[in-house]
Design a protein around this ligand. Structure first.
Ligand SMILES: NC(=O)c1ccc[n+]([C@@H]2O[C@H](COP(=O)([O-])OP(=O)(O)OC[C@H]3O[C@@H](n4cnc5c(N)ncnc54)[C@H](OP(=O)(O)O)[C@@H]3O)[C@@H](O)[C@H]2O)c1
Length: 252
């Protein structure tokens, strides 16, 4: 029987690329996201290769997640890898100009949503035992501050610490936990962050070489495919052409 992976946010970016990469590796796929049409397209694309189950899911809805887990069909229940990928940044402006609703949406998705899914899948992953994995999508923004990162970066700092703390509690169960923290990667991320501003997205990713969704998908699949005794705690990865900058100093 093939291994089973559950991916949140499989309708775009890293999640969709990960679905394709896991299919290549022969895993059975549980693909979730809010956009039903995209899930259907992906199922159509991949179901010739591997078994695919899709579920429309908003990770902010804890009851819906329980429902999805309880309704997993035979053959999809023994989940071996959970990829907590669904997430978003909003409000690129400074904190003092940001909309409070946007802050709440980031907290509800990146923190509450990730916690909801993890809590619902923990019993299954523990039952799977040795070799099971949780991969959480953090960000360089969780470690390194920059203007306009306010709640987004803070939510990813939560992801890192939650990942580390989970490792402590899961000691002895065989379940591994990894925080993958990418830098700039070209996906729909900036379109979402800017409310659909294609020019802003093109400008950010233009004239340089950002990470591609496939780069992160490769790392996700690699991490969970390592021998059961190997736990990657955190993987921080940037484009070669991205690095840190100097401290900002306010001068007269
Ligand atoms: N791209 C980057 O530069 C970058 C860097 C570091 C970390 N990350 C992180 O990587 C993850 C994936 O981002 P991406 O770059 O692939 O962006 P993306 O292309 O915008 O994909 C985000 C995915 O998250 C899903 N999603 C958002 N809100 C959701 C909700 N409430 N419930 C369920 N699914 C939801 C979206 O699906 P639906 O809209 O269909 O629900 C979509 O599939 C995020 O956690 C992001 O913070 C991205």
């Amino acid at each position: 029987m093939s291994d089973i992976v559950l991916i949140t946010g499989a309708t775009s970016g890293f999640g969709r690329a990960a679905a394709r990469r896991f299919a290549e590796a022969g895993w059975s796929l549980i693909l979730t996201g809010r956009r039903a049409e995209r899930l259907a397209d992906l199922e159509k694309e991949l179901s010739d290769k591997v078994a695919v189950h899709t579920a429309v899911l908003d990770v902010r809805d804890a009851e819906a997640i329980k429902g999805v887990v309880a309704a997993l069909p035979e053959g999809f229940r023994a989940v071996k890898a959970l990829i907590n990928n669904a997430g978003l940044a909003l409000a690129p402006e400074p904190a003092q100009k940001a909309d409070l609703d946007d802050w709440h949406t980031m907290i509800d998705t990146n923190i509450t949503g990730l916690v909801n899914v993890t809590h619902a899948l923990l019993p299954t992953l523990i039952e799977t035992g040795a070799g099971a994995s949780i991969v959480n999508l953090g960000s360089v923004a969780g470690q390194w501050p920059y203007p306009g990162s306010h709640v987004y970066g803070a939510s990813k700092a939560f992801v890192q610490q939650f990942s580390y703390n989970l490792r402590c509690d899961l000691q002895g169960t065989g379940v591994r936990v990894t925080d993958i923290a990418p830098g700039m990667a070209e996906t729909e991320f900036t379109l979402v962050r800017t409310g659909g501003d294609q020019a802003a997205s093109d400008k950010l990713y233009g004239d340089t070489t950002p990470l591609e969704a496939e780069d992160i998908a490769e790392l996700i699949c690699y991490t969970v495919s390592l021998p059961a005794h190997v736990n990657v705690n955190r993987l921080e990865v940037m484009p070669t052409r991205q690095a840190w900058s100097a401290f900002a100093v306010d001068r007269d």
